[in-house]
Design a protein. Structure first.
Length: 596
């Protein structure tokens, strides 16, 4: 992260650019930098006319891909199949559906799904926009919406998938501008073109070691000011805050058992055998997911009496419906209503339900004095946005450099984020990826998943792209070619269009031109296409707001109590979830080993 900060301040702050250009690290060198700079060899296998979003479609795709998988002693030589989250999820479903296959080919063991970076990047950016982007904050200086209006990003909305390129560019602009503002505050610079206060003249004319030490210290100080600590110790302890048995969030299949508490179950009602730790060969007749559900089995969900009196007993429903604060449906005799005094119009079981019906919150009878603010929520917001933006830039830089070890490290951090943000599908994919590269898969396949995660279309250092992003471009070009058939196309037409994009000729050169890869395009005619100029304007516009000067009591009106933390709210539930997912992988491994 210090390297990214050094590039930013060396690019936008003139004094650092003039005197420390040789201290900036343009590329992170790793063991496979030379190999990753070579142009990738891309081979188009054609188009499979199936639905990739279905399990049956994934099975068909994997069966076709296995035709290209080499074999050793008659068994498939397992090969990584990279894709987005949905593709990998369907790949895992295909493996489960074929788990009872008679041989490794039938079990589709020739293909090992592995999640990629581009769609994960979109998910992270969406989470950050959900936190920072609020339409009502347009008048709050320094917020993401305020910057959107200031720099005329008209197409950017809260849903980043509507225009990912511009949403990403806005986040980068805010990040680079805020990093410069913090650097200027730390070094006491008056503006972007001035020099730091109390700087020694001998430093500028000093040797490289002296200048590099100063430059590194400044970058390190910036990172320390922005750093959000993740408490990893809390993630290793099961505090018992979660339910004793809960399901994993994956799609339910035939291998499930229902809690005998039925609709009274508070933990999900239906569970996989593996999640509930049940032997499918020895199923219990009356099973409860927890002691709580065992005690709730005979409880009726409705009425004060909590007894099921049969279908012949007349009942009346509270007009608040699902917003009812009690039991919603009641036996008429339990609420002292008979056929002669049935109320006309809406009937509410309690006065509180009238308020719930109107969608108003219940007000407390006693007024409570607000505690005196001891935090600066503007500082919290600015610090969080710069921190999250730097995290995105670090992840993209690792992809550009094809630094596999760095990408895997980022997946470790993202695993906690997916758990905290309740992304169960990506949590499963991240766990499987990390387990795969830490011993679950053979060494050759582990190395392939770590160091062969990108493609380099044009060749050159720092120009690698995620494989799922490359696939998105191929899909887009294929659909554009296919649209020329105006809806009247045959299988031959589909295969012909797939082969046209196969050689990846000049049409892709216009898409992956170096200027497009390295610098995102501005497409709106009223917005400047130079990010450097926009960052300079942002610094000039916000430097007097002192966004990074901690002042107690400040807050944005749209974010009155803004707080951000990298730590999950329930860290004690993290370890049980990881153990649960690991057991599922062990179950699949036993199937493979037993066949061998």
């Amino acid at each position: 992260m210090e390297i990214i900060v050094g590039r930013i301040i060396g690019r936008h702050l003139k004094w650092f650019s003039d005197n420390f250009s040789d201290c900036i690290i343009p590329h992170v060198v790793h063991d496979h930098s030379a190999e990753s700079a070579h142009r990738s060899v891309l081979v188009n296998l054609g188009v499979f006319d199936v639905n990739p979003s279905s399990t049956q479609g994934a099975i068909t795709i994997y069966e076709n891909l296995q035709r290209y998988v080499p074999s050793i002693a008659g068994n498939p030589y397992t090969t990584a199949v990279f894709g987005d989250g949905l593709s990998c999820e369907r790949g895992n479903d295909a493996h489960r559906a074929r788990a009872n296959g008679l041989n490794p080919w039938d079990r589709l063991e020739g293909c090992e799904p592995s999640a990629q970076e581009f769609h994960k990047e979109m998910l992270l950016l969406q989470d950050y926009y959900d936190l920072l982007f609020k339409g009502s904050s347009a008048a709050d200086r320094g917020t993401l919406v305020h910057l959107k209006n200031l720099f005329n990003f008209r197409t950017v909305k809260s849903d980043v998938s509507d225009n990912f390129t511009h949403a990403w560019e806005l986040m980068c602009l805010a990040t680079e501008g805020f990093v410069c503002l913090l650097t200027m505050q730390i070094t006491e610079m008056e503006d972007a073109d001035s020099e730091p206060a109390n700087i020694e003249t001998t430093l500028v004319n000093g040797d490289f070691e002296q200048r590099n030490q100063y430059f590194t210290d400044v970058c390190s100080t910036v990172v320390q000011r922005l750093w959000h600590t993740l408490n990893t110790n809390a993630l290793t302890v099961d505090d018992g805050t979660g339910p004793p048995v809960f399901c994993c969030g994956e799609d339910l299949d035939d291998d499930t058992i229902a809690c005998s508490a039925g609709t009274n179950c508070t933990h999900g009602e239906v569970f996989h055998y593996m999640c509930a730790d049940i032997d499918p060969n020895n199923l219990p007749e009356n099973w409860h997911c927890s002691e709580e559900c065992r005690n709730r089995t005979n409880l009726y969900a409705f009425c004060y009496c909590r007894q099921n009196l049969g279908n012949d007993e007349p009942m009346i429903g509270c007009a608040a419906g699902s917003a009812c604060t009690n039991r919603e449906w009641y036996h008429m005799k339990c609420v002292h209503i008979n056929s002669e005094n049935v109320p006309k119009g809406d009937w509410f079981c309690h006065d509180a339900c009238k308020t719930a019906k109107r969608g108003k919150r219940k007000r407390g009878k006693k007024s409570v004095d607000k505690p005196e603010q001891v935090s600066d929520h503007i500082y919290n917001y600015s610090r969080s946005m710069a921190w999250l933006g730097l995290n995105l830039l670090c992840r993209r830089d690792a992809v550009r450099e094809a630094d596999g070890n760095a990408m895997i490290t980022h997946w470790k951090l993202d695993l906690v984020h997916f758990f905290a943000s309740k992304h169960p599908k990506y949590l499963i994919l991240a766990h499987r990826l990390l387990a795969s590269v830490h011993g679950w898969l053979p060494e050759k396949l582990r190395e392939d998943i770590i160091h062969n995660r990108t493609v380099n279309y044009g060749g050159g250092i720092g120009r690698n792209l995620p494989m799922d992003f490359m696939n998105e471009i191929l899909n887009r070009l294929f659909k554009e070619l296919l649209s020329c058939a105006k809806g009247q196309y045959t299988n031959a037409t589909i295969q012909r269009c797939s082969q046209i994009i196969g050689p990846l000729g000049e049409a892709l050169d216009t898409v992956f031109d170096s200027q497009v890869v390295e610098n995102e395009l501005y497409r709106h005619r009223r917005r400047s296409g130079n990010r450097d100029e926009n960052v300079k304007q942002l610094i000039s516009f916000l430097q007097n707001d002192k966004l990074f000067a901690f002042t107690v009591g400040r807050n944005h009106k749209a974010f009155p109590d803004f707080q951000f933390s990298e730590n999950p709210r329930n860290p004690g539930q993290f370890q049980p979830k990881m153990i649960q997912l690991s057991k599922k992988l062990d179950k699949r491994r036993r199937v493979i080993l037993n066949d061998d």
